[in-house]
Design a protein around this ligand. Structure first.
Ligand code: ADP
Ligand code: MG
Length: 664
């Protein structure tokens, strides 16, 4: 077992507690009725027959037809879990957790028994687990220890159209495991690839198998576009929602697609306020939110039906596009954007930005309105705008930084240059990934590239290689405990709560944690104070800090610390801030930026013009000449998020190999 996936299951008891009230909403009989009414139910024999004859089956059917929740149960009943688990991969942790819970509920059990899930930093499975939902990242990391995936009798690669890098790698890995297991007579590995939309020919050629289309059952959806282009889609969405609210029956629930947490939370708040003014005080509109970082209990809330005279409005990211189906939706409002990671070949960094969705996504979103009855989809963009959308989303492997991927494959003794990719990544990106890993000391490149012992240690951490390197070198700077805290708190987003009503109070509360050195040390101050607090809940509330993010960071820290102990790293600690900053610089040497005369910063690795992000403690203050940053965020402008002041002397001392430092 990979050390990031502990065998014990510390979270199971928590899970049971949060799920209990929600389970009460459904009764056995109604669950059976629901199951029988799902399109996949009628195809059960066909699916089992196909899988009996073939090792790989591709199944394509509408979102909500029961692929994710039902197919694992069919396989369980058909005896597939006798010699190994049924593993189902999901691109997102929210989906893995919610569907696992749903299936546990359908099987009348609790999470961690027959049905469990494993996501990064959280394992809710046991020896009894037969059906295991896991993120594709987790399965990929398991395959480093177990190339042939011997724990599994069946692997279902779900949501194949999402084409995350991890999923793309898994396609090649399961294909290889199938071949090897057949050759070594180790019991066949059955593979099921499922999706609502996929290029069946492309997948069919790759897996050398046929595809099955399952007849779905959907109702017509009327589609409306805006007449004119609007700059501010959030406003368009808001106006459309209240138009729907005034003109349609209250039992027509609305699903709104937006790009991310901040946008969703701020619009949710606006809607709640307006709904109060709009009505006579009675709440005939209830707002729910759904996005990856949301707490698990909250994620499930949106499945609970509201009374017939109360409209349910769900603000979601593209998680609701195909992974999660919420019953009762009659209207969809589509903002037309999605937040996507994309890779800047110039400086090797991934940037997260809002981009136009593809036509395929637009139709998936519209389809969400026609699950239960006729529906309507309102698009916050014109027909002409939609004509310019790409037909389908590009696979992530073609648009993100392949560094982690190259390292993970080398840990499996696979050189990317010989891997059987469904779509091979771009050569430029690969070349710079090899270069960057070589600079990190993780690999040695040459005629035959191979992973170094340091690189092998790096893949033990479920982190970007940069963060792993930071942890692995921290003890030589004497500040392992501090770096463990820093990496943990960086892996958790939105530590600071900003509430537009109480912005000043929040700023005042946050001020006492501020470090003049920058955001990394500020975050560290917050996290240390949190770890020391006696009543964390109250303390977070009083200090306008996000309890959930900090609790998450504490869990992450515990696990990273375990891995570090396992790697025999010295768990030392120091209060020497200069050493700490040098240590961060040592890990983040690719993220240096230099101040220019015009007040902009230029990044050393890609010459990108940018500014310090407004959320930074260094924003609006005096501008340090040299900084390092955690990430580049691109909205209308380019910002460097989470920055720390450094000096040119340190660069020369700590990372002398970094060349091309821009001049001031
Ligand atoms: P697919 O994978 O084909 O998109 P799913 O198996 O996810 O379909 O969902 C099948 C049906 O189960 C959906 O139509 C949805 O209404 C219902 N469902 C799924 N998850 C839940 C849940 N957590 N609570 C209530 N209903 C659910
Ligand atoms: Mg599904």
């Amino acid at each position: 077992v990979n050390s990031s996936i502990p065998e014990k299951k510390p979270h199971v008891s928590q899970v049971k507690q949060t799920i209990a009230p929600i389970l009460l909403t459904s009764k056995r009989t109604s669950i059976e009725q629901q199951q029988k009414s799902l399109p996949v139910f009628n195809c059960r024999q066909r699916i089992l027959k196909e899988l009996e004859v073939n090792d790989t089956v591709l199944i394509m059917s509408e979102t909500g037809s029961g692929k994710t929740t039902q197919i694992p149960q069919f396989l369980l009943l058909a005896g597939y879990a006798k010699n190994g688990m049924i593993g189902i991969t999901q691109p997102r942790r929210v989906a893995a957790i919610t569907v696992a819970r749903r299936v546990a509920q359908e099987l009348n059990g609790s999470i961690g028994d027959t049905v469990g899930y494993t996501v990064r930093f959280e394992d809710a499975t046991s020896r009894a687990t037969k059906i295991r939902f896991l993120t594709d990242g987790v399965l990929l990391r398991e395959s480093i220890k177990d190339r042939l995936l011997l724990k599994y009798s069946v692997i279902i690669l779900d949501e194949a159209h999402e084409r995350t890098v991890n999923a793309d790698l898994l396609f090649g890995i399961v294909k290889d495991a199938q071949k090897e297991r057949r050759k070594q007579k180790l019991g066949n590995l059955k593979v099921v690839v499922t999706s609502a939309t996929m290029d069946i020919d492309h997948f069919g050629n790759y897996f050398n198998c046929k595809g099955m289309y399952l007849e779905g059952r959907t109702y017509p959806v009327r589609v409306m576009h805006t007449k004119e282009e609007h700059e501010d889609y959030v406003h368009t969405v808001l106006v459309t929602l209240f138009h729907i609210h005034r003109t349609t029956p209250k039992n027509h629930d609305v699903l709104i697609f937006l790009t991310g947490q901040e946008e969703i939370e701020s619009l949710a708040q606006q809607i709640r306020q307006l709904a109060k003014i709009d009505t006579t005080g009675t709440t005939d509109l209830r707002v729910f939110t759904l996005y990856a970082q949301l707490s698990q209990g909250k994620q499930l809330e949106c499945f609970v039906p509201t009374p017939a005279n109360v409209r349910k409005v769900i603000l979601a990211t593209n998680i609701a596009e195909t992974s999660i189906t919420i019953p009762g939706i009659r209207c969809v409002i589509d903002c037309g954007f999605v937040k996507e990671k994309s890779f800047n070949t110039a400086d090797g960094l991934d940037v997260l930005m809002s981009v136009r969705i593809s036509k395929a996504q637009a139709w998936q979103r519209a389809g969400r309105a026609g699950r239960d009855a006729d529906g309507t989809c309102y698009r916050a963009y014109t027909k002409a705008e939609m004509d310019s959308f790409a037909d389908a989303t590009q696979p992530e492997i073609l648009r993100t930084n392949p560094t982690s991927m190259v390292l993970q494959l080398l840990a499996l003794d696979i050189d990317c240059n010989n891997f059987d990719f469904l779509d091979p990544p771009l050569e430029d990106g690969l070349r710079s990934a090899y270069k960057s890993l070589d600079a990190l000391g993780a690999i040695k490149t040459g005629d035959v590239s191979y992973i170094t012992p340091l690189g092998r240690q790096m893949v033990q951490y479920p982190l970007d290689p940069k963060y792993s390197k930071l942890l692995l070198t921290a003890s030589s700077f004497g500040c392992m405990e501090e770096i463990l805290s820093l990496v943990s708190v960086l892996s958790s987003d939105h530590v600071f709560v900003s509430n537009s009503d109480k912005n000043e109070m929040a700023a005042l509360a946050h001020a006492k944690f501020q470090s003049k050195h920058g955001d990394h040390l500020t975050l560290l101050n917050v996290f240390n104070a949190f770890l020391k607090s006696e009543k964390p809940k109250m303390w977070c509330h009083d200090n306008y800090l996000n309890l959930r993010s900090l609790t998450y960071a504490r869990n992450v820290r515990r696990q990273l610390r375990e891995i570090s102990e396992h790697l025999h790293l010295a768990l030392n600690s120091s209060d020497d801030i200069e050493m700490l900053k040098k240590c961060i610089l040592n890990g983040f040497f690719e993220n240096i930026a230099v101040l220019q005369r015009d007040g902009f910063y230029i990044t050393a690795s890609g010459n990108i013009r940018s500014k310090i992000h407004p959320s930074s403690v260094l924003h609006g203050k005096y501008k340090p000449s040299y900084i390092l940053f955690t990430e580049i965020v691109q909205t209308e402008q380019t910002f460097l998020r989470q920055v720390t002041e450094i000096s040119i002397e340190w660069i020369k001392e700590v990372v002398p190999f970094v060349k091309n430092i821009p001049t001031r």
